[in-house]
Design a protein around this ligand. Structure first.
Ligand code: 13P
Ligand code: SF4
Length: 390
């Protein structure tokens, strides 16, 4: 099994937020070929000292991860951001929704910076506030809204989190989706969950962890009138899944799992719950990026693994564990192109700008959105600590 020789292919990454927001990188973005980039990043970090805290999501490039004070999945990074009140600047090496959550969870005296504003998330872009509000109106019309508890995946924009907060719901991550759904179903005897925006995480958690049937799940298609559902289907459903998906994890296929098992005796399949239901059903283990890392760390020498998550992380795990056979689950899947927008030139540019006294690419959530999104995030942070399925 080979791991790491995959070409970087262009992959659907949603809209280009740079163009859409009319934002260009002000000042001088260093050239990728600049041989001094590493030294410049080091010097800027040293100059800023305790004033800056750098967070790095597990899917970031090695060149950026090298400068992270903490690496983690989106749940861990949200907690870490909240736990650093002394840092004046939080430089978030991840994607836009993560930086928004960090801004919500940090104090007013702190500023959150996303080194490239084009680092969005195609999944988060699949649920727009106006669409979600229309969907809620349809639930009211169908007479079911009173029993609906909304739950949104961390991978959603701040205004969706605020919508969920306003309607008594919670945020979840791939580390705590089971606990979040249990909490939601416990809110009232006949509770229904409306889950945004990742149908796969919602379905995998509801069916494989909570024991619901596939018939208990319906999919709300925001591009169809009434979500493409009848009033009866809405009334009968236990969980309404927003029709969104991850453009990286949604590409792993169940056929490859069969092929690998046939060619690599004893291979274990370890996947992220954003993968489709048929892939997760065929996997041996499923869990968040943090879970994937812990599993590989604890695995015996000589064990064989095929991992279905973002390629940067799989490559890093393969390099860190040469005594284990670690492969990427599928040759047709590639890097998350928006995560990869944060490269060393953007990092250096953001850090050197801070040294020069210019805060660039600040992510700032407006006060009303922040209030309600924070309500949903705090509910998540208060959930009991149970996580992962294996
Ligand atoms: P976690 O960080 O929760 O594992 O999610 C993976 C992901 O897709 C982040 O964008
Ligand atoms: Fe979004 Fe998927 Fe990329 Fe995560 S891996 S940022 S969910 S597109």
């Amino acid at each position: 099994m080979t791991t790491v020789d995959l070409p970087l292919l262009p992959l659907g990454r949603g809209r280009d937020l740079t163009t859409e927001r009319g934002v260009e990188c002000p000042g001088d973005l260093p050239a990728t070929s600049d041989p001094d980039l590493v030294a410049r990043a080091r010097a800027a970090k040293e100059a800023l000292g305790e004033r800056v805290f750098v967070l790095g999501h597990h899917y970031q490039r090695d060149e950026v991860i090298e400068f992270a004070d903490v690496t983690g999945d989106s749940f861990k990074l949200a907690r870490e951001a909240a736990a650093r009140p002394e840092a004046e600047f939080i430089v978030f090496c991840g994607v836009h929704f993560m930086a928004e959550s960090a801004d919500i969870l940090t104090g007013k005296h702190q500023q959150v910076i996303l080194p490239d504003l084009a680092a969005g998330c195609s999944m988060a872009d699949m649920a727009r506030l106006a669409q979600v509000e229309d969907a809620w109106d349809a639930l009211v019309e169908a007479g079911v809204a009173d029993s609906v508890v909304p739950v949104t995946y961390m991978n959603s924009s701040a205004d969706i989190k605020a919508f969920v907060g306003r309607h008594g719901g919670t945020v979840c991550t791939s580390s705590n989706a089971e606990t979040a759904l249990e909490w939601a179903f416990d809110q009232q005897p006949d509770a229904k969950v409306f889950f945004f925006p990742d149908q796969h995480l919602g379905r995998n958690t509801a069916v494989l962890q909570l024991g619901l049937s596939l018939d208990d799940c319906v999919v709300w298609n925001p591009l169809q009138p009434n979500g493409g559902l009848t009033t009866e289907e809405l009334r009968d459903a236990r969980i309404i899944l927003w029709r969104g998906h991850c453009s990286v994890h949604g590409r792993f296929s169940a056929d490859v799992v069969d092929e690998l098992r046939a060619t690599i005796p004893g291979v274990q399949i370890l996947v992220h719950p954003e993968c489709t239901h048929d892939v997760v059903l065929k996997a041996d283990l499923v869990g968040s990026t943090e879970f994937i890392i812990q599993t590989i760390e604890a695995a015996p020498s000589g064990s064989a693994w095929a991992i279905g998550t973002e390629l940067n992380l799989v490559k890093r795990l393969a390099a860190a564990h040469p005594d284990k056979q670690i492969g990427f689950l599928d040759k047709n899947v590639c890097y998350c192109s928006t995560m990869n927008r944060i490269d060393l030139p953007h990092f250096v540019w953001a850090m050197e700008s801070l040294v020069a006294g210019n805060v660039v690419n600040r992510i700032e959530v407006d006060a009303d959105t922040e209030h309600w999104a924070n309500a949903a995030l705090q509910r998540m942070l208060e959930l009991p600590g149970k996580s992962h399925r294996d």
